[in-house]
Design a binder for this molecule. Structure first.
Ligand code: ATP
Length: 343
């Protein structure tokens, strides 16, 4: 019998736990259809940090890296820890330590007639750029370092080119190499290399400001968008707005070069949303669609298709949480989706 897939579950903080509670029964549903899976629940987040001083202990990270296949993650961030230290150490440690270079954020309409008929897939570099938290603050002067390395850029762009080629979609690189001459200059050079290797892909590099302008004017003109960590963050949040907001946008990150057993992490695009946490207002759709992306990553296509279909059917039938103008609670929305899954 095939070895069970082992998934680490980290609900985290705020709405993270609430939306995770709606994703876990989807794992049980996949299991009921014969998918062999073990889950391990990990407590890391604000409450654990405040109680123990631990963020993500090295031994726990090593276990997860070497003995799990993937992570299903909720969100981290808590006002009791204003400098966000625990969130940085947990999420950045996972992204950087597992070398999850590629962050994939699909953006396709979930409800018929809701917004433009777009089909955008954002490939965001996930471990470098200005989000590497290196820099300094002195009185009246602050420095944030942005680190860009060729292996990570190449891995991210290769994944984006492959996707554009497979789906016959145009590929656009977002950059600001006109001012960020070093880092983004390297991005453009690697992009041009890969463009020569993929003559069948309609690929262009665009200044990010012009790209954002064009994206607002006509999002249907875009296919795959590749960007560094910072620009990818901004562009994918803008794309999420076309779908209905932060509550519905999914993501998955992976390590194409598979340096460790644990090579993927699925999480909603949104954070811990402290403004709505504990009120049953959180939309679980982003979390559930991230679970579908994880199923797809594991090769469980039928389950991924069925879960995405159930989300679309629920929304089309009018099941909505308040962020989408409805009245359902987080749990009721989760049930509405699960009720539409095949047995
Ligand atoms: P963090 O610091 O953890 O990233 P944040 O509040 O800065 O938290 P988000 O958590 O992404 O950022 O929240 C941004 C906005 O989107 C908030 O107004 C929040 O209420 C809303 N939001 C986020 N997640 C959801 C969700 N699942 N359902 C509905 N609204 C959400």
């Amino acid at each position: 019998m095939a070895k069970p897939v082992r998934i680490a579950i980290i609900p985290g903080d705020g709405v993270g736990g609430e939306v995770m509670s709606e994703a876990l029964p989807c794992l049980d549903w996949a299991r009921s259809r014969g998918r062999s899976m073990e889950t391990i629940s990990l407590p890391y987040g604000a409450s654990h940090y405040l109680a123990t001083g631990e963020t993500l202990p090295e031994a726990a990270f090593a276990q997860l890296r070497d003995r799990c296949d993937a992570v299903l993650f909720g969100a981290v961030g808590d006002s009791r820890i204003p400098d966000g230290r625990h969130a940085e150490e947990i999420l950045l440690r996972l992204r950087q330590g597992l070398e999850l270079t590629v962050n994939y954020r699909p953006c396709r309409p979930l409800m018929p007639g809701h917004g433009p008929d777009l089909d955008i897939e954002v490939f965001r570099e996930n471990t470098e750029g200005p989000y590497c938290l290196q820099g300094s603050t002195e009185p009246g002067r602050a420095v944030d370092l942005a680190i860009h390395t060729e292996p990570a850029i190449r891995r991210l762009l290769q994944a984006a080119f492959q996707r554009a080629a497979t789906r016959s979609r145009p590929l656009t690189l977002a950059h600001k190499a006109n001012v960020l001459k070093h880092g983004h200059g390297l991005w453009v050079r690697v992009f041009e290399d890969l463009r020569r290797e993929h003559p069948g892909v309609a690929a262009r590099a665009m200044h990010a400001d012009a790209l954002l302008c064009a994206l607002v004017q006509d999002p249907t003109a875009f296919g795959v968008i590749a960007a560094d960590n910072y620009l990818g963050d901004l562009i994918s949040d803008l794309c999420a707005a076309y779908l209905g907001g932060m509550g519905v946008a999914p993501s998955i990150s992976w390590a194409p070069h598979r340096p460790f057993r644990c090579s993927a992490l699925a999480e909603p695009v949104h954070g811990s949303a402290p403004d709505i946490a504990g009120k049953e207002l959180a939309n679980p759709v982003g979390m559930i669609l991230s679970t579908a992306l994880l199923f797809r990553h594991l090769g469980w296509k039928a389950e991924a298709d069925a879960l995405e279909g159930a989300v679309k059917d629920a929304l089309s039938d009018g099941a909505k949480t308040p962020d989408l103008g409805g009245t359902l609670t987080t749990a009721a929305m989760g049930r509405a989706i699960r009720d539409r899954l095949p047995s």
